[in-house]
Design a protein around this ligand. Structure first.
Ligand SMILES: [Cu+2]
Length: 495
């Protein structure tokens, strides 16, 4: 089991200082952190390189993409007040475009391949410069299926409050991994229409009774089964490592951690299991929520959770992420200096339930929208099936869609009704929305950028139309999006 073998971007300044292990890559990171005492608004442009790298997965080499930041480590961490002033250099030998998931830049900097903002050609560079919002974010390619090949990385924007709290920052980013190419995985889903082999892996064996799903379904009999896990993956990664060889993060004396969880998987949802620890959720998708105490919490595709954890003793504590509907899990270990770390079972004792809205129901935004009736309400039907494998919004398949029109200054509501047996993690670009109703019951829930709409359920989101442009609105299951489950939220007079 390697320790501190992880790039320094995933370590805090204090971890590096506390570590007796010399990490060459940590030096520039340390310098940058020291500069945060007096943020320089003229800070130089950061360099982010889209390229390729080789991971070790289950003892076999895996060639994947990567987004490597200025210090040679995945992603970018910004200090309070620092602008997102980035040169994205494409060394991936193919076109790419990178989306800053959850951030609210002007639409031309959103990293979506609109005709007006085409992908960056191989060898090219594109510059970005906007004021970021603080919190736990991430970045991923929005070109083809590069996201499945790990063209993904953390994007952490620290707040002044984070710095004052002086907690050890620990990032835990999750992925699903296959040795097959994304194209092969997609063909495997779409080729055998109507045959049993088009069913999701585990769909039959892991069929979930709706009654065990937690969330109330709409007039559903308990005999109906829902589907989870379209794809049979070879591994699940936490910070690019499997649970057989997990990252061990040495905690500082006092053991006060801010765990930043990011589900960067393409088609997998997880239950985060803090084991013997308990924690306090303080933010979702980067946005503060009123504190909620937790030990086990659902994390839908593309969502993030910030959890404060105080380690009770100077021991080693695994943080697990178990795949919904399966025993498979991944994770990391938080370990006090000198605490022995034992080998972990790579599978949990039993299959996890489907990820649900049990946590969502408990969330309240610290900064909710001002109370106001919607000026416009769009209703969106989520439809589709495993066989033939195709997914739609209001019966339309991307790119042949009718934009949902909104106008500056409007309070907008989008009511999503899921008419399928799959859960759909729905993501809106360019806006933070508030969860305004679940199954028709109004609520003032979390402000966030991605919300799960469980099978045969409805979720309504509300937001203020304050960022004119063209914005993608889609299911963040990559294979649902690729087979049509995406539309556009559009302001008038955008050219
Ligand atoms: Cu979906």
């Amino acid at each position: 089991m390697r320790e501190n073998g992880k790039p320094a971007a995933l370590l805090s300044r204090r971890q590096i200082l506390a570590s007796s292990v010399a990490i060459a890559g940590a030096i520039p990171f340390l310098t940058k952190e020291r500069a945060t005492a007096a943020p320089d608004p003229r800070a130089t442009q950061l360099r982010l390189t889209a390229g390729t790298r080789t991971l070790d997965v289950n003892g076999k080499p895996a060639r994947v993409f990567g987004l490597i930041g200025p210090n040679g480590n995945p992603g970018i961490t910004l200090s309070p007040g620092e602008r997102f002033h980035v040169d994205l250099v494409n060394q991936a030998s193919t076109s790419t475009i990178v989306h800053w998931h959850g951030q609210l830049p002007p639409w031309r900097q959103d990293g979506f391949p609109w005709p007006q903002t085409p992908p960056i050609l191989a060898g090219g560079t594109h510059s970005y410069d906007y004021a970021p919002i603080a919190g736990t974010y991430w970045m991923h390619s929005h070109q083809g299926m590069q996201e499945q090949s790990l063209m993904t990385a953390p994007l952490i924007v620290r707040s002044a409050e984070d710095m004052r709290a002086d907690r050890q920052d620990v990032v835990l980013m999750l992925h699903d991994f296959s040795f097959r190419t994304p194209d092969e995985l997609l063909v495997g889903l779409t080729k055998s229409e109507g045959s049993a082999s088009a069913m999701p892996t585990g769909s039959m064996g892991n069929a979930m009774n709706m009654a065990s799903g937690g969330m109330g379904a709409m007039n559903m009999g308990s005999s109906m089964a829902m589907d989870v896990n379209d794809i049979d993956y070879d591994a699940f990664l936490a910070n690019d490592r499997t649970l057989a060889d997990p990252e061990v993060i040495r905690t500082e004396p006092g053991g006060r951690v801010r765990l930043r969880l990011i589900n960067g998987a393409s088609a997998t949802q997880f239950w985060i299991d803090l084991g013997v620890l308990s924690g306090t959720v303080v933010a979702v998708d980067g946005h503060p929520v009123r504190p909620v105490r937790v030990t086990r919490l659902p994390l839908a595709i593309a969502q993030r959770l910030d959890v404060l954890i105080d380690l009770p003793q100077n021991n080693a504590y695994p943080i697990f992420a178990q795949v919904e509907g399966k025993r498979a899990r991944t994770g990391i270990v938080l370990a006090a200096s000198g605490a022995p770390v034992s080998r972990l079972d790579v599978e949990a004792g039993e299959n996890a339930a489907p990820v649900d809205l049990s946590l969502e129901h408990r969330l309240e935004a610290v900064s909710p929208l001002a109370p106001r009736a919607p000026d416009v309400t769009h209703r969106v039907i989520l439809a589709g099936a495993m066989a033939p494998y195709a997914w739609s919004l209001n019966g339309e398949y991307w790119p042949n869609v009718t934009p949902l029109m909104i106008a500056p200054g409007q309070r907008v509501a989008i009511e999503m009704m899921n008419h399928t047996m799959m859960p759909h993690p729905m993501h809106l670009h360019g806006h933070a929305f508030q969860v305004a109703a679940i199954n028709g019951v109004p609520r003032a829930g979390a402000v966030r950028d991605t919300v799960l709409v469980p099978p045969m359920s409805s979720v309504t989101i509300a937001f203020d139309a304050d960022n004119p442009g063209r914005w993608a609105f889609h299911c963040h299951n990559l294979y649902h999006m690729m087979t049509g489950m995406m539309t556009e939220v559009r302001y008038p007079a955008i050219i």
